[in-house]
Design a protein around this ligand. Sequence first.
Ligand SMILES: [Zn+2]
Ligand SMILES: [Zn+2]
Length: 342
Amino acid sequence: MSNSNILGYAAKAIGQSLEPFTYESPKLGEHDVRVDVTHCGFCHTDIHAIDDYYGITTYPFVPGHEIVGYVSEVGREACELKKGDRVGIGWQGRSCMKCEWCLKGEEQLCYDIVDSGTWVPYGGFSSSVVVDSRFAYQLPEAISSELAAVLMCAGVTVFSPLRRYAAESLKIGVIGVGGLGHLAIQFAHALGYDVTAISSSHEKKDQALAFGADSFIDLNDKTQLRQAEYGFDLLLCTANSKLNWERLMTILKKNARLVLVGFPDVSFNSTDLVAHQLSIAGSFLGNRATMREMLQFAQKHNIKPMIELMPMTRVNEAIQRVRQNKARYRIVLVNGTVGVDI
Ligand SMILES: [Zn+2]
Ligand SMILES: [Zn+2]
């Protein structure tokens, strides 16, 4: 593929199906690398962005931010990477590197975050992407490319709050057993916590236990919820759907914390929040140090996303499966032949 001629898949307008889209390659900045994409995971955030849920999407929009590929071109200052290196890239493809948060090493909080997305100008459902080399991570050899792809967004998104908030927590509940949740269960288990999977899909119980959950709560079962009252030090909510928040608050211990990593609609009763001294927090991606730590941890503890592989050419079918909540648990799109690490 010529570097000046990139083939991607783009939504031309809000909510539309993706179409093949040829665009001129962005020029490499001093710190940039070009990465030829072999694999790209499909995150729920891609759908939100296609639908302009966040109000920041510009069209034509090429989604994709769980990328694995090989470095094919290196900017003058991108000295830590060389041509041929296998790297992973997550949602964040750059940052200003000079605001207070970047200087503190919390790049995911950069004031320029809207322009820091890997999909600016075009994302990973593409033959190649250009990102700042400081956000392209060398991958441990033992992690295959299709599994590493999912760790780059879903993995770090759940690992980061589990490391940050759960240090003194003993009992953790993971709400939602999907793309994020099935990884959160694995990471929480490997970190040594007592982990309960909480879902309204009772049929996911066996799988949740196989991922490492110590127990399972069916959200539709009021008796189970009553038995779990004041049970959890931390609830990590990976769901995007509407939930019965007041009921969920009853299973938090006093002084405990609910952390959101998805984007569900929320409404809370302030009485329980105040009287039980509960905290509600958001957690966004992870910084670069956490990303590197997460990759090493995933290798050491054999964290394995469960994926479906599909060729990039079937991207619209993948979108339908994600929209219908049918992906088990993550779809990874492959450029070239499925299953071959090109
Ligand atoms: Zn994502
Ligand atoms: Zn910044």
